[in-house]
Design a protein around this ligand. Structure first.
Ligand code: SF4
Ligand code: SF4
Ligand code: FES
Length: 250
């Protein structure tokens, strides 16, 4: 393969219409989609010879850790930094790149994932501390607890699970799989447990756990293999217990 063909969905701004452009760039060994996009950036000319504005995308870590480069590559949501050109287009097939569809497009392949970050705030996806002064060692976590929480802590807020979730869209208030799984993470932490009820309250309300249709597409799409549906099952149990407690306390 001497050239790499890319078909890119472009959009000049949040309210502009979208359109497609074809590019072909020189092939290099070990090339990934990001390096192909960098070739376009160096020489922003389409396959038909038209000079255009460079394609815009996001990336930070280049090792599938930050999630910022997530987009649709040949129709599948994934990190473009780990999408190797030789693997996805072994016979010089055209590689199709589109922005994710569940978040508003900022420009070209860049989307605004604020909704997901706002929902992480809504479920208090952090450990509350009382200022920045030294607090001494925190409570110890058992190895069993670490086994449960470590996989959940690998979430990179990439949004792949939201992209495939049929319940997560413009018309629903569903907060989606990633913020719900983070409730499981922070409610399992010995210090995070102090705010466990507030997190459960957040997912018991509108747009919470009850809106999950249990299609389990999210767990298949997660590049970090986070046990999302297992987390929903455990939270479902905690939510029911909490609801019963509140009922009998009346
Ligand atoms: S199980 Fe299905 S409905 Fe529930 S969060 Fe995952 S993809 Fe969405
Ligand atoms: S749960 Fe998985 S797919 Fe969803 S945002 Fe986190 S890492 Fe991405
Ligand atoms: S650049 Fe960080 S995951 Fe791809």
């Amino acid at each position: 393969m001497e050239r790499v063909k890319l078909k890119v969905k472009r959009q000049d701004g949040p309210h502009a219409g979208s359109y497609w452009q074809l590019f072909d760039v020189p092939w290099k060994p070990h090339m990934n989609v990001i390096s192909a996009l960098m070739e376009i950036q160096k020489h922003p000319v389409t396959a038909s010879g038209e000079r255009v504005t460079p394609v815009v995308w996001e990336c930070v870590c280049l090792e599938e850790v930050c999630g910022s480069c997530t987009m649709l590559v040949n129709g599948r949501v994934r990190q473009s930094c780990s999408a190797m050109v030789d693997a996805i287009a072994p016979n010089g097939e055209t590689i199709v790149l589109e922005p994710m569809t569940k978040f508003p497009v900022v420009r070209d392949l860049v989307v605004d994932r604020s909704r997901m970050f706002e929902d992480l705030k809504r479920v208090r996806a952090w450990i509350q501390i009382d200022g920045s002064h030294a607090l001494g060692p925190g409570p110890r976590q058992s190895p069993e607890n670490q086994e449960t929480t470590y996989p959940l802590s690998r979430c990179m807020t990439c949004g792949c699970c939201m992209e495939v979730c049929p319940q997560y869209n413009d018309h629903s208030e569903f907060i989606g799989p990633a913020p719900i799984a983070q409730v499981r993470l922070f409610n399992s932490h010995p210090t995070g447990r102090m705010n466990a009820q507030e997190r459960l309250d957040a997912i018991m309300g509108r747009g919470g756990l009850a809106d999950c249709g249990n299609a389990q597409l999210c767990v298949e799409a997660c590049p970090k293999e986070i046990p999302l549906t297992e987390a929903f099952g455990e939270l479902g149990r905690q939510v029911t217990l909490s609801w019963l407690k509140q009922l009998f306390a009346k």
